[in-house]
Design a protein around this ligand. Structure first.
Ligand SMILES: [Zn+2]
Length: 205
């Protein structure tokens, strides 16, 4: 098991051109295997995929999606990254105060290696997203939930692709995104709504 994980990571790194810098340096096939405890609203899934595609649009990463249900024992795909959605990823009917005690998501690390396995805490993300919505946005809750999940997932995926535990000062790969930053529709050139990687964000070679 461990050997195959390391082989996977090696394959991911091999695909991440070590010479280019920043987001453009990221390349290769990534198959995101979604493993949700409970089914997500279809609008949230659609919105999540669109936002992930937008966030990685400037990179050469080719994102594919698979559901855990489709992936039996013999499932094979390039660059598998497991994304586990813990709890219920569904906007609560009544507003809930944001729960800021725990992280929104985390990625497993073993002996210094960032593993291709992230977990998202649905309760934290849904509460944060809902608390950040304003006025008419609330009627499109699932769309905003999908966007928030995408930003959290993209952040974790960058940790995995770069094999990097440290953050950058700006954008989605910053530490401690605010609830509003998870849902805001930023202008395309606004760094707060993009993955911004400096030269230090180069993949390890
Ligand atoms: Zn992080």
């Amino acid at each position: 098991m461990r050997t195959s994980l390391l082989a996977l990571i090696a394959a991911l790194l091999w695909n991440s051109g070590a010479r280019a810098e920043g987001l453009e340096a990221l390349s290769g096939q990534v198959t995101l295997v979604m493993e949700a405890d409970r089914p997500l609203p279809s609008k949230a899934i659609q919105s999540m995929r669109e936002e992930m595609a937008r966030l990685f649009g400037a990179s050469k990463v080719r994102l594919q999606w698979a559901d855990r249900g489709e992936t039996g024992l013999g499932f094979e795909a390039e660059g598998i990254v497991v994304l586990r959605l813990k709890g219920e990823c569904r906007m609560p009917d009544l507003p809930m105060p944001p729960d800021e005690r725990g992280p929104l998501a985390w990625t497993h690390v073993s002996e210094g290696v960032v593993l291709p396995f992230s977990e998202i805490d649905c309760a934290s993300v849904t509460r944060a997203a809902q608390s950040a919505l304003r006025g008419g946005e609330r009627s499109l809750g699932d769309v905003f939930l999908g966007r928030a999940l995408a930003r959290v997932a993209a952040h974790e995926l960058v940790h995995i692709l770069l094999q990097r535990k440290e953050h950058v000062p700006k954008g989605i790969f910053r530490r401690g995104l605010t609830a509003r930053e998870l849902v805001e529709q930023f202008h395309e050139e606004d760094e707060r709504g993009r993955i911004v990687l400096d030269a230090g964000g180069k993949p390890a070679s």
